[in-house]
Design a protein around this ligand. Structure first.
Ligand code: SAH
Length: 250
């Protein structure tokens, strides 16, 4: 008897994952937060606090004015808007319909232009291969069933010589303590279940995925964050959150 496998990813962290490298539970979780995405004191508060540091990291490595940039898993558009404000021509994609709607609505408030689309990384890579001067993918890879496939899609979007920027959580006991115990259980800053420890990637593991996608790692920096005074900074400590930059050979 033939049975269809509803979960080809076989990834226990993503019981409702399908072959398009998306976990629908993850999308639903973020869509629930959509209405409060732009509230700096809501659940996206850490993203608000980290955003200026991430935007400056990108701006230090890519001339933003007129650059064509893809922001993959853009959520409500915090980074997309920061890049657009600096003069970049941004395409923001996400599979959450509500988060994309909120991102679009917020443009009325900010008076910026961003091309938001409900699209997967695979779809954008197929539609616009080798088209972007930079690709950003912040705090997404720890939420997808197949991180290697995501990195392949991101690499495919880059023009030769262009740069990829990613941020994610390291798989260390300190990250478990800060991002899961601290943020989801003790302070309850994030809803429980936002993160799955087994999905966190060590920088060495992500570096391997980048290499397999033909990219050259240029920098890995720690992203320091103090939720009490809401300060964020670049550091040498990559044990919790880190940012990296990789380049597609010209
Ligand atoms: N990059 C943004 C938002 C991070 S939150 C920022 O750092 O500010 C993670 C986002 O990834 C959510 O908006 C969620 O809807 C989206 N997401 C989760 N799984 C996805 C997938 N498989 N493809 C595209 N987006 C996804």
């Amino acid at each position: 008897m033939h049975t269809t496998n509803a979960n080809p990813s076989q990834n226990p962290a993503h019981p409702r994952a399908d072959s398009s490298n998306v976990s629908h539970d993850e999308i639903a979780r973020f869509d629930k937060l959509a209405a409060r995405w732009w509230d700096p004191d809501g659940e996206s508060r850490p993203l608000h606090d980290l955003n200026p540091v991430r935007a400056a990291y990108v701006a230090a490595r890519v001339p933003l004015r007129g650059a064509k940039i893809a922001d993959v898993g853009c959520g409500g558009g915090l980074l997309s808007e920061a890049l657009a404000r600096a003069g970049a021509d941004v395409v923001g994609i996400d599979l959450g319909l509500k988060v994309i709607e909120i991102a679009r609505l917020h443009l009325y408030e900010s008076n910026l232009k961003v091309d938001y689309r409900k699209q997967s990384s695979a779809e954008l890579a197929a539609a616009e291969p080798a088209s972007f001067d930079a690709v950003c993918c912040m705090e997404l890879i720890e939420h997808v069933p197949d991180p290697a496939a995501l990195v392949q899609d991101l690499a495919a979007m880059l023009k030769p010589g262009a740069r990829l920027f990613m941020s994610t959580l390291n798989r260390t006991p300190v990250a478990f303590g800060a991002a899961i115990l601290g943020a989801e259980y003790i302070t309850r800053m994030l809803p429980r279940g936002t993160h799955h420890y087994s999905q966190f990637l060590k920088p060495s593991e992500l570096a391997r995925l980048l290499r397999q996608a033909g990219l050259e790692l240029e920098d890995v920096s720690g992203l320091g964050y103090n939720p009490l005074n809401r300060k964020a900074w670049l550091s040498r400590v990559t044990a919790v959150n880190y940012l990296l930059c990789a380049r597609k050979p010209a």
